[in-house]
Design a protein around this ligand. Structure first.
Ligand SMILES: Cc1ncc(COP(=O)(O)O)c(C=O)c1O
Length: 374
């Protein structure tokens, strides 16, 4: 196979189907509203609780969460995470919430693995704290029969690129403040251009990358996000088929290949000395990436370099949202050690990725034994 083909992993394909909003109402049991991005869903959720003037956030998560909170002028602090699933450490939440008297807590179930939401929900109820269930990365994951994203006082899902429900844009949220309604506006043409960028530069990149003209769409897309406020946008008609198609594919098993490659990776590499595989501690996950925590930063950087040299896409995890790590011991240890690998519905690519990781492990073993013989 042409190894260059592996430089980019493409999102799962889907067939368009009109979105069934009643399905969303049924599965969440909530009054779902549309927002054009997860970050805007969070903005609306926070705005629906005017009493929130302080919030606890995970130390490890995507930084758009923090910038959304900052833009609203809400004070914030951070709780520590569990290194085995990169989700909230409940003892850290309890400890910091009691110290700070915070009004809200955001819990993100990272990489499709459900956080300990039943216990956190109980704690928040007992302390009268607003719980926001951020399921941007975990649509479809469940705890018992309850969907991640439906715990606490508000929750949201995202359809941005890189999510388990990867599309060009879009999100759904709910809040117990049912009086809160977005004053919607339409930017349908902008949504269309953002979709075309996704279509040509991600979904079908291998078909179209020889046509450089499509790259222009990327720059236009970036400019839209910079200069135009899309936070009150309503869904455009054409998007109902796209988001509906993604949901349909999730439900009828078209994306099950991800869990099956994840499991294969786990069986093949668990217990090695160089990295630990991030895996669900509870419930039913919806893993859409393979994520590892390396034993140190050098190994993380080496494995990324090794993969990139073999034309495989691999990337670092998120940067921590804070550098004040005195009371965040686990975050301090895993900082810079996380590596993400995409999963694609392509046996040849995935086997090649697995073989490259095997080679990396052998190469490191060789280095260590050489050093000990010197
Ligand atoms: C946990 C989490 N919450 C919220 C968001 C924001 O979602 P969006 O990119 O759709 O704005 C992200 C995005 O990466 C995320 O990972």
């Amino acid at each position: 196979m042409n190894k260059k083909e592996i430089r980019i992993f493409t999102p799962p394909k889907f067939v368009q189907k009109k979105i069934d909003f009643s399905y969303l109402y049924r599965t969440t049991n909530q009054q779902i509203q549309y927002a054009s991005k997860g970050r805007f869903a969070l903005k609306h959720i926070l705005s629906s609780f005017p009493e929130i003037d302080s919030i606890l956030l995970p130390a490890y998560a995507c930084n758009i969460i923090l910038s959304t909170v900052k833009k609203l002028g809400i004070a914030y602090d951070f709780y520590d995470i569990d290194s085995s699933d990169l989700n909230a450490d409940i003892s850290s939440i309890i400890n910091i919430a009691e110290k700070t008297g915070v009004k809200a807590i955001l819990v993100a179930s990272m990489y499709g693995n459900p956080a300990d939401l039943f216990k956190i929900e109980q704690f928040c109820i007992s302390k009268n704290i607003v719980l926001i269930d951020d399921a941007a990365q975990s649509f479809g994951a469940k705890l018992d029969d309850r969907h991640v994203g439906t715990f606490g006082n508000a929750g949201f899902f995202s359809f941005s690129p890189g999510k388990p429900t990867a599309g060009h844009m879009g999100a759904f949220f709910w809040t117990t403040n049912i009086l809160y309604k977005i004053n919607y506006v339409h930017h349908n043409l902008i949504h269309k251009i953002i979709y075309l960028d996704y279509y040509f530069n991600r979904l079908n990149i291998y078909k179209y990358r020889k046509y450089h003209i499509f790259k222009l769409l990327r720059y236009i897309n970036i400019a839209f996000f910079k200069f135009i406020d899309l936070s009150n946008d309503n869904i455009a008609n054409f998007e109902k088929g796209i988001l509906g198609g993604i949901l349909e594919s999730m439900n009828n098993g078209d994306f099950d290949f991800r869990q099956s490659f994840f499991n294969k990776f786990y069986v093949r590499f668990e217990g090695n000395d160089l990295f630990q595989i991030v895996k669900a501690k509870r419930g039913i996950p919806n893993n859409h990436k393979i994520v590892i925590v390396c034993s140190d930063k050098t190994i993380a950087n080496d494995i990324i370099d090794f993969c990139l040299k073999k034309n495989i896409y691999a990337s670092n995890g998120y940067a921590l949202l804070t550098d004040k790590l005195d009371y965040l011991p686990v975050s301090r240890i895993i900082d810079g050690c996380i590596v993400e690998f995409p999963i694609e519905d392509d046996v040849v690519k995935m086997n090649y990725l697995f073989d490259v990781i095997d080679k990396f492990i052998q190469f490191n073993d060789l280095k260590i034994s050489k050093r000990s013989n010197e």
